[in-house]
Design a protein around this ligand. Structure first.
Ligand code: TMP
Ligand code: MG
Length: 289
């Protein structure tokens, strides 16, 4: 039905169910569709030419806005907590407090750096941030078809927005739900706003963000995209959901995590740095093939 689903990067536990969901979604029409996507390592690349690409946090960590001493501390946190994030031998219950610890410590360090709002765009411009191949088509296609895109990220909203703004794809159909920085009158970072979003509380975030989902009540069909098992809950605020198709990028520790991804995501994309499959799904769902 969709040629790209035969790509070597694609794995599906139940291809028949994928077909059924897609058929049911296409029948309902693209005016009933919304897309909910994670940002870091889902819309952005995991690696390029053998080198890891930065997350929103890493964009700041590696920038000239951060002192050498602080860089070292942030790197220490990354080296400690990232292996825990992707450790499939630990339960979510075990990992959750450690993830809160990571985010809390990282944000405290960033706040100490007196980062200026007007320097964020330079930090992003000079970074190695890269959206996945095919991003232009992805964002433009959703915009052209007036399909709302919610980017739900445990990264940093200000940075994420700047990445998509500089890429020229921050279209009006895009909404961002993320951790936003709070600045004082002189534009210096003083704190992060509101409830912390980390990788394992996206469900709570989704339920708190019901205002957004309320507006989208007439769009009960969801294409969800993520790279972490915590991303599976991003659509929990959608009421009266009819169909959901979950696409998961499996970037790292493939063998250990493959089975749990296959159990949780309808379509698993293994070490696929492109948006080719999501784009093909969208083409199918909007009848533009
Ligand atoms: P997300 O992909 O769910 O939006 O999560 C954000 C990612 O950011 C997650 O994979 C961990 C990563 N991260 C960093 O790279 N550095 C940090 O300091 C923190 C707190 C998170
Ligand atoms: Mg992610």
């Amino acid at each position: 039905m969709i040629l790209e689903l035969s790509n070597p990067s694609v794995c599906m536990k139940d291809p028949d169910r994928v077909q059924e969901v897609l058929q049911s979604m296409v029948k309902a029409g693209s005016n009933t569709l919304q897309v909910i996507s994670d940002f870091d390592m889902t819309l952005t690349r995991f690696e390029f030419n053998g080198k890891r690409c930065p997350t929103c946090h890493n964009i700041l960590d590696n920038s000239i806005l951060i002192s050498a001493d602080c860089k070292q501390k942030l790197k220490g946190l990354l080296d400690t907590y990232y292996p825990i994030e992707i450790d499939s031998s630990r339960s979510v219950e075990e990992k959750l407090p450690l993830m809160v610890e990571w985010w809390t410590k990282a944000h405290e360090l960033l706040v100490e750096q007196k980062i200026r709002k007007d320097r964020l765009s330079v930090a992003v411009r000079e970074s190695d941030a890269m959206l996945r191949e095919g991003y232009q088509l992805f964002f433009d296609h959703l915009h052209q078809h007036s399909i709302p895109l919610l980017i739900f990220s445990a990264g940093i909203g200000d940075i994420l927005e700047e990445v998509i703004r500089q890429a020229g794809v921050f279209h009006p159909n895009v909404n961002v739900f993320s951790n936003y920085m709070d600045f004082d009158e002189s534009g210096v970072l003083t704190a992060f706003k509101g409830e912390l979003i980390h990788i394992y509380n996206k469900r709570e975030g989704a339920l708190l963000n019901t205002g957004h989902f309320q507006e989208l009540r007439t769009r009960p069909n969801v294409l969800l995209m993520g790279d972490s098992l915590g991303d599976l809950n991003m659509a929990d605020g959608v009421q009266d959901m009819e169909n959901i198709l979950k696409v998961g990028f499996l970037n790292d520790k493939v063998e250990e995590r493959k089975q749990s991804y296959l159990d949780a995501y309808d379509i698993v994309l293994i070490k696929d740095e492109t948006l080719e499959v999501p784009n093909a799904l969208l083409h199918y769902l909007t009848g533009s093939q």
